[in-house]
Design a protein around this ligand. Structure first.
Ligand SMILES: Nc1nc2c(ncn2[C@@H]2O[C@H](COP(=O)(O)OP(=O)(O)O)[C@@H](O)[C@H]2O)c(=O)[nH]1
Ligand SMILES: [Mg+2]
Length: 257
């Protein structure tokens, strides 16, 4: 029997994705990741169908903050409780986050964008490209102007570096323009946005980058990139007892980077 023939007049776009773009938001604790996500929800929820996933170590604090901010239907904000070692849930075993993203799409899909906040780690934690399609790394000026010179995979190779809370620069003695310039140098020209939630123009730069990245994702032109693994590090045990040293292997990208 002759096998059914494919209609050669129908062109298939094999690279265009069928699910929402997943955007990771990483960076040290307190740099303003949850606030940035609230800002994005406020600015984009009128034009994009959004979902948010938060990663907290022991609580659902970030999810509760975002729900109380009133910027998105609370049902569309899902917490993942990572336990100790929060970078593991965005890097090594991303199952809990993938399930949360799939649940959001099953409940509210189709969605355009799922934003995933990392558990807030040190300078070296980044998302696996098996979990997110694009990621931004958030520093703030209150952490000091020299942080950007310390490098690390997120600062150097995340899709976007955000230097946050620029409104505080004058109070903490940080030259914001210089910090942004040094960020661009550290990233060899890859994009940097100097952001303050009090500065509408800077919010426009951030949302512009998100729209642009989403447009490239939809046409299949965006390739997820692995910024690189964390440096080997030590975890203290409960109550100062025990603890362990461990390393993180390079991620295995879903698509070639
Ligand atoms: N001055 C100023 N404070 C900010 C800005 N963004 C966030 N914050 C404050 O920084 C603190 C930490 O923010 P949060 O979003 O919880 O940081 P996260 O731990 O990275 O999620 C909070 O007190 C926020 O109100 C900003 O643009 N300017
Ligand atoms: Mg947070």
């Amino acid at each position: 029997m002759t096998p059914p023939q494919r209609d050669s007049s129908v062109r298939e776009n094999t690279t265009a994705p069928t699910r929402a773009m997943r955007l990771g938001v990483a960076g040290p604790v307190g740099t303003g990741k949850s606030s940035l996500i609230a800002t994005l929800c406020q600015a984009l929820s009128g034009e994009l169908r959004l979902g948010v996933i938060t990663n907290d170590i022991y609580t659902d604090e970030d999810a509760r903050f975002l729900k109380s901010a009133g910027v998105l239907d609370p049902e569309r904000i899902r917490p993942v409780e990572t336990g100790a070692c929060p970078h593991t849930a965005i890097r090594d075993d991303v199952t809990a986050n993938l399930l949360a993203a799939e649940d959001l799409e099953a409940d509210f899909g189709p969605l355009d964008l799922v934003i995933i906040e990392s558990g807030g780690d040190n300078l070296t934690a980044t998302f696996s490209p098996a979990l997110v399609d694009a990621q931004l790394f958030v520093l703030d000026v209150a952490g000091g102007g020299d942080v950007v010179r310390k490098g690390g995979p997120g600062i150097a190779r995340a899709d976007l570096l955000v230097i946050n809370k620029t409104d505080l620069g004058q109070y903490v003695g940080v030259d914001v323009e210089r910090m942004a310039r040094e960020g661009r140098e550290a990233r060899r020209g890859s994009p940097v946005v100097a952001l303050s939630r009090h500065d509408a123009a800077s919010i426009g730069m951030l949302t512009g980058w998100v729209r642009d990245t989403l447009a490239h994702y939809r046409t299949g032109e965006h390739t997820p990139v692995d910024p690189g693994p964390m440096a080997p590090h030590f975890h203290a045990g409960q109550g100062g007892e025990g603890g362990h040293q461990h390393t993180h292997a390079p991620a295995n990208p879903r698509r070639s980077a």
